[in-house]
Every structure is written in C-alpha cells, then in structure tokens.
Design a binder for this molecule. Structure first.
Ligand code: DGL
Length: 277
C-alpha cells in the first residue's frame, strides 16, 4: 500500500467520509471555508444507514475507508458522520496514527457547546447509534461546564429527508412529534447531531419560533479542520484553478447521484469504489 508521505504536505487532499451522501453537508461547509483544498469524499452507500448498525460493524467499515483515503495520500481525515464519529473516532485515530490528522464531529461541537452554553440545558437529535453511544454526553461531561444534555434519537427524519419530504404537512407533523417529546423540553439550544438535519433547519427553527437556538455543527467542524491544517502548515496554497474533488461511493445508484444535489448544493459525479473486492 502506498503511504501518505508520498506527496508534498499542503498539496495533499482532505479525506472526508460518511455512511453515504449526507456527509456532503459537512463537505460543503469545508469547501466553502477552504476553497483551495482538494477533497476526496467517500460515502459508504453499501452499508448505510450507520445509525442502525453496531459499533463493531461501523468500526470495521471505518478502517477500510481509512485505507482508501490514505492510499489517496489524504493529509487529514474528517469523519463527517455523527454515527461513525460516535462509534469509531478513537479507533480511527489510533489506526491512522501519524499518517494523517483525524477530525471527528463530536469533539469540536462539544467544545463549542461547552463554551457557549455553560450551565444551560441543550438538546440533541441524532441517530440511534449516536444517541445510545452517549459519545456527545461523555465529551460534554468531561468539559465540566454544567451543560445538561437532553438527547433523543429521531431516526425517521433521515429517510424523510432523503425522500425529499423536508417541507410540507408530512414533515411538519413528524418534526413536531419528535420535538414535542418530553425528553426535549426546557432546552435553550438544539444540536443537529446528524448530517441530514441541517436540511430541515428552517422547519425546526419555525417550530421553536426563536425560543431555542438551532445549532448546525458543519461550520464549527469546518473551522476545526482549517485550524488543524494551519497548525501544521498544511493549508493548500491558493491557485487560479479550482481544485478537482473526487466523490467515491461503495455502491453506486443514479438516485444517490441525484441526491447529491440536496446535500452539496449541486449535483456531483459519483465514482464507484467497492470497499470489499
Ligand atoms: N450520516 C449519519 C449520521 O450523521 C446519518 C445517516 C446514517 O444513519 O447512516 O449520523
């Protein structure tokens, strides 16, 4: 296997992975903040949804994906999936070692919440894996800022968004049913701890009518990526030509490709890259 050290530091791409194409919401934030960086995105569409998978299964997929991204000489690997960050962040860091930096969704967001919501109640919605792992709760508790986390798994929101039901009566009813749940009462802010949920942020904000801040982690995570690269002098040098990103998926369907539009802002071409051959 080729190692990451084969090409010059700053010119190496940023590797981003997710269970599918939802992580494109995070990739989009990274591309906006760091427009000169080349991105290599891997969506494990053959194994989604990670939110319903065991920790052991997600860890096995994550290691395989890291092999792919390291073969592409990625200088930093961003786990742009809350469920994968919950299940595999520590393992990925250990596995990748010094070959690349690793950033997950949870640490940057927990830090942000600790700084801005000390002593206050904060809600979280995410997949079953993210919520049952308690990964956010553990990180937030470690900060010892008195943040009281109220978490609720809201799995139905994911297929709802994928099927294009972000607006209208059906989605309003499902969103209302979840947000009215006793577990989420009395909160000052709600963390959107799933790659898909920024797409229904307006609907969630409309439900709360300004009473609860709605937190989209993508920008916080993109800022962390920028800081991590800057700290090691690994930021790409600006050029007149836009970087050529690559978007790989472990299982290709035309409908995944069409859905990239809703997650990335415009449709991108997906390349099929089977994880196990
Ligand atoms: N990307 C996942 C997350 O952020 C949601 C989709 C899935 O369950 O695979 O947790």
């Amino acid at each position: 296997m080729t190692t990451a050290s084969a090409s010059a530091g700053p010119a190496r791409p940023i590797g981003i992975f997710d269970s599918g194409i939802g992580g494109l919401t995070v990739a989009r934030a990274v591309a906006q903040r760091l427009p000169h960086e080349r991105l290599v995105y891997f969506g494990d569409t053959a194994h989604l949804p990670y939110g319903e998978k065991s920790t052991a299964a997600i860890q096995a997929y994550a290691v395989k994906i890291c092999d792919v991204l390291l073969r592409q000489h990625c200088k930093l690997i961003l786990i742009a999936c809350n469920s994968a960050s919950a299940a595999a962040y520590e393992l990925v860091r250990e596995y990748v070692g010094s070959k690349a930096q690793v950033v997950g969704m949870i640490d940057p967001v927990a830090q942000h919440i600790g700084q801005h919501y000390a002593g206050r109640p904060v809600g979280l919605i995410g997949t079953k894996q993210t919520v049952s792992s308690n990964a956010y709760r553990k990180k937030i508790d470690q900060l010892d800022q008195g943040v009281e986390l109220h978490a609720l798994a809201t799995p139905l929101l994911i297929p709802m968004i994928e099927e294009g039901f972000s607006e209208g009566r059906v989605s309003e009813e499902i969103i209302r049913a979840y947000l009215a749940h006793p577990a989420l009462q009395g909160i000052d802010a709600l963390l959107l701890a799933c790659t898909h949920f920024p797409l229904i942020r307006p609907q969630i904000e409309a439900y709360y009518r300004g009473q609860v801040a709605v937190l989209d982690p993508s920008d916080v995570v993109a800022a962390t990526v920028a800081e991590a690269l800057a700290a090691r002098q690994l930021l790409a040098v600006a050029t007149a030509v836009a970087p050529l990103h690559h978007f790989y998926v472990s299982d290709f369907t035309r409908s995944f490709e069409e859905s990239t539009r809703i997650f990335f802002g415009h449709e991108v071409q997906l390349e099929h890259y089977p994880l196990w051959e």
